[in-house]
Write a protein that binds this ligand. Structure first.
Ligand code: ASP
Length: 352
């Protein structure tokens, strides 16, 4: 149900706050001291500053509210459907979400929302909005401002799925959670911030993607194939562990988290398993490093993976690789088609 936070005012520019759960919407229970979600329709009590916006602000609360460790693709499908359903009613959307899996959700939504022409801004906080030193107020207020910002022609400043956190705006499918406790919880290691909030909000226009077609509306892709596993290489990894993940029957694709610029052991048993797996599965090479990209032509150990049919992930994050695979495999039965599209920059997720 959509709840109008300022029923007394009818305003032209409108934003929908979608609350899914996470720390931002919690308050300390005065009785037992634990953090519990509060009724989000009472957000004005916690953030009276929202009244200062000359906007219509509506809210939609998911039921049940979840810690984002419990996020499943069904939440992304519900978010995409809600945005599609209410697309014409709002200038932008702000999604309040736990920080733990926010980068996964923002990545997935960037692929699921086709021809997005309005801002979809994820935010959350490290401290509950009801606590004294909360970072939630600043994050929420900046997110609302960005979600409704227009250029001089009346077009949205950032028609993308983004994460707004700690005064910075990042492309959703480039973001990673890098700090479990600090307010600078997110970074976009391989792509510049799309905006920075100081005294005013400075937009990095040349890095914002404006590639939507105004004549066409939004459409969504909600069929996701989640048969993906992740194998993180490490010294001492056993043959059995590699065999279980690469040849296990439950996956259609495996993200190989490799070393450096896409390198892996060159021991024969390892390469034999990779070759066998790549005959029937999609193997995607993503680096364990935070910045930089995979180039399988630099070292012999990388070249062997390429020769075995492993696809280059370039500078994609694991979070984004997961969403891209779910989306592409949901759309295409044929693995070779998925492999071809994995190499392409679809939503600004790779520098290519
Ligand atoms: N565990 C919480 C969540 O991701 C943490 C947070 O919101 O910051 O839902």
């Amino acid at each position: 149900m959509i709840f109008n936070l300022f029923p007394e005012k009818s305003r032209q520019t409108a934003v929908l706050l979608i609350y899914t759960g996470g720390t931002i919407g919690m308050k300390e229970d005065p009785v037992d001291g634990t953090l519990k979600p509060f009724d989000f329709n009472g957000i004005l009590e916690e953030v009276p500053e929202l009244r200062k916006f000359t906007l219509r602000i509506d809210s939609h609360t998911f039921d049940p509210l979840i810690d984002s460790s419990d996020v499943e693709p069904s939440l992304w499908q519900a978010l995409a459907s809600l945005i599609l359903e209410r697309y014409d009613d709002y200038d932008g959307f702000v999604i309040l979400h736990g920080t733990d899996t926010m980068a996964y959700s923002a990545s997935a939504l960037s692929f699921m929302l086709e021809n997005l022409g309005k801002p979809v801004i994820f935010t959350g906080s490290q401290l509950p909005i009801g606590s004294l030193r909360t970072d939630g107020k600043e994050n929420l207020i900046s997110a609302v401002e960005i979600a409704t910002a227009k250029d001089s022609h009346g077009h949205p400043m950032v028609p993308e799925v983004c994460i707004c956190f700690n005064s910075q705006l990042f492309r959703g499918n480039r973001s990673v959670k890098v700090n479990a406790t600090g307010f600078d919880a997110f970074k976009s290691p391989n792509y510049p911030p799309l905006a920075t909030a100081g005294i005013s909000i400075k937009y990095n226009n040349s890095f914002i993607h404006y590639g939507y077609d105004r004549r066409k509306g939004l459409s969504i892709h909600t069929v996701l194939d989640t048969r993906v596993s992740v194998l993180k290489l490490h010294p001492g990894i056993t043959e059995q562990a590699v065999r279980d993940i690469l040849l296990g029957s439950g996956s259609r694709a495996v993200i190989l988290e490799t070393y450096g610029s896409g390198n892996a052991p060159c021991r024969p048993w390892f390469l034999d398993i990779v070759r066998e797996a790549s005959r029937s599965k999609i193997l995607l090479n993503v680096t364990q490093c935070q910045s930089g990209d995979v180039d399988m032509d630099i070292y012999a150990t990388g070249r062997t993976l390429k020769d075995a049919g492993v696809i280059c992930g370039h500078d994609i994050t694991t979070e984004s690789a997961l969403g891209k695979l779910f989306y592409l495999m949901g759309r295409h039965e044929d693995n070779s088609q998925v492999k071809t599209l994995l190499e392409k920059n679809l939503k600004g997720e790779i520098s290519k």
